[in-house]
Ligand binder design. Structure first.
Ligand code: PLP
Length: 351
């Protein structure tokens, strides 16, 4: 048996996947119980009366090129959120297997674990070492039942990168025993390369990318899971057959054009410049006690009176993220980097 089939839920390994209707637009489709006519004002390319192409090949090619990986290593999901959920559902048996997370971190990993009935193992990041991974504690905590380790780099909400070397050491130590999933939702804003280039040497490494942040396409709900072919093959059995709607396939194929890709570095540069300005300006506000350095498009700040800071932002019509529920961040709020005007509005509220 392959390592993936030893690791995954036996029911999923044995599952015969739903056979969706063959997809070939050149043929006459009398096999999917679709209506043969378009809606009156349907101006989509393919016609919304038709089911979309499952794991659309053209989009997979486009994303494979964007992320510099082979098309076979890629699964298109409804945002990284769905990728996280699929991983937990495919690899963790309820009440038996565990998911390991490193708080304070993105909440969806724990939510997906709870929904599946998987045990949650917490190995906190080292707050006194710039929120670095606690490698020793992590390895000690990786007992047989841990099937997935979720790491987030740059980490939401603390904004720091985790060290590549530490991540790779953990992946090596857990080879054949657990998946190490690196969520790189913010990597485009960081001064580092994606870990995708290390995938060929590490079969248990999984990288999550998304169009929601640097690409400015959060509304499209398009995330990409990049992993060993065998992991992709297993997850394709679990994902909904028509996960991505036709309108989104068409919009994303159109939007990810060379012109968009050329503007990307400029946009990222703008965000970084505003991030630097905001980091400085926020740390000079009397109500702010600390602003953490960030490699992402947000800043995490600590306050003397976070409730007052939140109230003042809201009164000025500005939403910021209450981060007080995260482990060790009872005085913190998270601020996304907006336009200069938007950022100034927040600065005035906290003057
Ligand atoms: C925003 C974010 C995502 C993106 O999720 P999508 O479902 O792709 O929009 C993933 N991971 C983290 C840590 C995030 O903050």
């Amino acid at each position: 048996m392959s390592w993936v089939s030893t690791l995954a839920r036996p029911e999923i390994v044995a599952l015969k996947p739903y056979e969706h209707a063959a997809w070939d637009p050149a043929l006459t489709r009398l096999h999917a119980n679709e209506l043969p006519w378009r809606g009156l004002d349907d101006e989509s390319v393919a016609g919304l009366n038709r089911y979309p192409e499952p794991q659309a090949r053209a989009l997979i090619e486009q994303l494979a090129q964007l992320y510099g990986v082979t098309p076979g290593a890629l699964l298109i999901c409804r945002g990284s959120d769905e990728a996280i959920d699929l991983l937990v559902r495919a690899f963790c048996r309820a009440s038996q297997d565990a998911v390991l997370v490193c708080p304070p971190t993105f909440g969806m990993y724990a939510v997906a674990a709870h929904i599946q009935g998987a045990t949650l193992v917490n190995v906190p990041l080292l707050a006194d070492k710039d929120y670095a991974l606690d490698e020793r504690a992590l390895r000690d905590a990786c007992q047989q039942e841990v099937k997935i380790v979720f790491l987030c780099s740059p980490n939401n909400p603390t904004g720091n990168l985790l060290h590549d070397d530490a991540i790779l050491r953990i992946a090596t130590a857990l080879e054949g025993r657990a998946l190490v999933v690196v969520d790189e939702a913010y990597v485009e804003f960081a001064a580092c390369e994606s870990l995708t280039r290390r995938l060929p040497q590490r079969p248990n490494l999984v990288v999550l990318r998304t169009l929601s942040k640097a690409h400015g396409l959060a509304g499209a709900r398009l995330g990409t899971l990049i992993a060993d072919r065998e992991v992709i093959g297993l997850l394709r059995k679990v994902i909904a057959p028509y996960a991505v709607p036709q309108l989104i396939l068409e919009a994303v194929a159109e939007l990810l054009n060379p012109r968009h890709l050329r503007t990307l570095p400029r946009r990222i540069e703008q965000v970084r410049a505003e991030r630097t300005r905001m980091q400085h300006a926020l740390s000079q506000r009397p109500i702010v006690t600390q602003v953490l350095p960030s490699e992402a498009n947000f800043l995490l700040a600590r306050f003397k009176d976070p409730a007052l800071a939140l109230a003042r932002a809201n009164a000025a019509g500005v939403l910021v993220r209450d981060a007080r529920g995260y482990l060790g961040l009872a005085d913190a709020l998270r601020v996304s980097i907006g336009t200069r005007d938007q950022n100034d509005r927040l600065l005035r509220a906290w003057a």
